[in-house]
Design a protein around this ligand. Sequence first.
Ligand code: DC
Length: 241
Amino acid sequence: MSAHKIIIAIDGFSSCGKSTLARQLAAKLGYNYIDSGAMYRAITLYFLRNGIDFNKPEAATRALQDINLSFHFNEIRQESDIYLNDEDVEPYIRDLIVAEKVSPVAAIKEVRAFAVAQQQRMGKSKGIVMDGRDIGTVVFPDAELKIFMTADPDVRVLRRYNEMLATNPNVTMEEVKHNLELRDYIDSNREESPLRKADDAIELNNSNLSRQEQLEIVLEWVKDRATDIRTSTRVTAFNEN
Ligand code: DC
């Protein structure tokens, strides 16, 4: 679509559909998709497996020296899996046990510095869609397109519940709701890079948008950014689907 490649930063609360949109955009534009949350989840998995007391910043900092994160394309899924050292940990990082600890881990200053430095390196040659909590504010403050996604809380709980059922048939709606609320609270109130909408981000509420509709809306914004037309639209859609 656009001749010159841009950086697309997508932020928002948990389970707003950020990764769905990011995947759609990357596929359509031929860009790389990077799930920055997967990096915090993989670090959390390492801490859990190795009994690292992440209430002690020195222990976390020391442990980071033994962590190498990388993304490798998975031909079957047709997208990148995250590797923790030499292991594909994609199957484990969405477990509830990781979800329960990832927000406190992601609140540690040293952990953020470690992840952000790597994320910024991945964006050097642009042509990237990255989703997370601080992408438009901290990782890529100069991103050409910043999107802040929202969705109604009930919609978000249901989405995450359905997603988790696939791997954990015993999970309950109550557990998922509690976990989402807790994570949103920690992510928004932590001292280091709390989740907030960048001043120049466009807000997108996708509670009532189909995947195709949201993609079409955002592709228009991409077109605008690629020709350097700046707008500050706020979109709240109410159509069926
Ligand atoms: O997007 P996700 O639910 O997979 O993210 C997992 C956790 O990681 C989330 O609770 C907050 C944290 N996170 C973050 O602090 N900064 C990011 N850029 C991405 C995720």
